[in-house]
Design a binder for this molecule. Structure first.
Ligand code: KG4
Ligand code: ZN
Length: 346
């Protein structure tokens, strides 16, 4: 039986609402970014995020239904991000989704935000299928995941300190680029001289797949303090930092592909929007006879489509929430079960 699933994402500073149809794919996909509300504070303010989700969510659900040409009664289930994320922001999405589903007499399911990111590249026509190696790089997570099957996730490497996206955001602040930082650092780095600064490639001189990005911040600060002012200084620093992050990922991924024998790499999460990272990992995989898959840019950062898609896979496998109502601001991905095992937020 075909299912049409409404997906709701409210874990941080984007309200995302989409409808996934098992036969036709994404029917409608709306995204509202709160960037303007948080910019003056230099980062996400949780209370403002929650309130903005409250304001936007119901009208956005109405709008995706109109765009998809559906009535609410045509929906077969509602999926929402149950974690990880900001507790208040998650509660807005969870409360709405559970109430909406209850009113319609259809199942609801809390899904894992990072599983959404992880599977977003599979929304593309001809997208990869497990098994594959995944690099998940967002504002809160930097994970190398061995994906044996849907829901079978083994973390084989991770950042021991800052997530890569967090490092981009912090470096953006140091370079007075404001929030959100990643795209601004990327744009500035493109103008920088790659030969001027050689930043370290942290933890690449020892075996293993773990990573560290907080030391790079210190290098950025020290370089800023130590260098004579010059017109291109900030661009050159952004380039040195960006090249170091990208190279570090390439070194660790080469190791992980060799170690696991996998031939497919999936890269997802906000930092996967970075074009320098995409180019480097495409080149690396081509050299190793492997293939790299990325989400389209709209699905790299937070969005409702990835939540509708994961919700579809799990609801179609018979999972749904039980009566307890909860969100999980911290939620290890490795506790998810295979599709249909039902070990979700319930
Ligand atoms: O996945 P995401 O939208 O939200 C989280 O789940 O965290 O990721 C946001 C992160 C931010 O740290 C942002 O600076 C980073 O992804 N990011 C980028 C780029 N676009 C977003 N980092 C580097 N280059 C980019 N183009
Ligand atoms: Zn995210």
């Amino acid at each position: 039986m075909n299912l049409r699933i409404l997906g709701i994402e409210t874990s941080c500073d984007e309200t995302g609402v989409a409808i996934y149809d098992g036969e036709r794919g994404i029917l409608a996909d709306h995204l509202y970014s709160q960037v303007d509300a948080h910019r003056q504070y230099g980062g996400v303010v949780p209370e403002i995020a929650s309130r903005d989700h409250v304001r936007k969510l119901a009208p956005m659900v109405a709008a995706v239904l109109v765009e998809a040409g559906l009535a609410a009664s045509d929906l077969d289930g509602v999926a929402y991000t149950a974690g990880p994320g900001l507790a208040g922001a998650l509660l807005v999405g969870a409360g709405f989704a559970r109430g909406f589903a209850w009113g319609l007499g259809i199942p609801a399911l809390g899904v894992h935000h990072m599983e959404g990111h992880l599977l977003a590249p599979l929304l593309e026509p001809g997208g990869p299928q497990p098994p594959f190696l995944a690099l998940l790089v967002s504002g809160g997570h930097t994970l190398l995941v061995s994906v044996a099957a849907y829901g079978r996730y083994e973390i084989i490497g991770e950042s021991v300190d800052d997530a890569a996206g967090e490092a981009f955001d912090k470096v953006a602040k140091m370079l007075n680029l404001g929030y959100p930082g990643g795209p601004a650092v990327e744009a500035l780095a493109r103008e920088g001289d790659p030969a001027r600064f050689q930043f370290p490639r942290p933890m690449t001189d020892r075996p293993g797949l773990d990573m560290s990005f907080s030391g790079l911040k210190t290098h950025v600060v020290n370089t800023l303090r130590g260098a004579a002012p010059a017109p291109n200084l900030n661009a050159d620093i952004a380039r040195g930092f960006s090249d170091a992050v990208v190279d570090t990922f390439a070194i660790k991924i080469r190791r992980a592909l060799k170690q696991t024998g996998m031939k497919t790499l999936v890269v997802a999460g906000g930092v996967s929007a970075n074009q320098a990272l995409r180019a480097k990992l495409n080149e690396l995989c081509a050299g190793l006879g492997a293939t790299a898959a990325f989400p389209r840019l709209r699905y790299a950062t937070d969005n409702g489509a990835m939540i509708a898609f994961v919700g579809y896979l799990r609801l179609a496998a018979g999972e749904h929430d039980g009566s307890p109502f909860k969100v999980l601001p911290r939620w290890p991905m490795t506790t998810l079960g295979a599709l249909g095992e039902g070990k979700a937020a319930g």
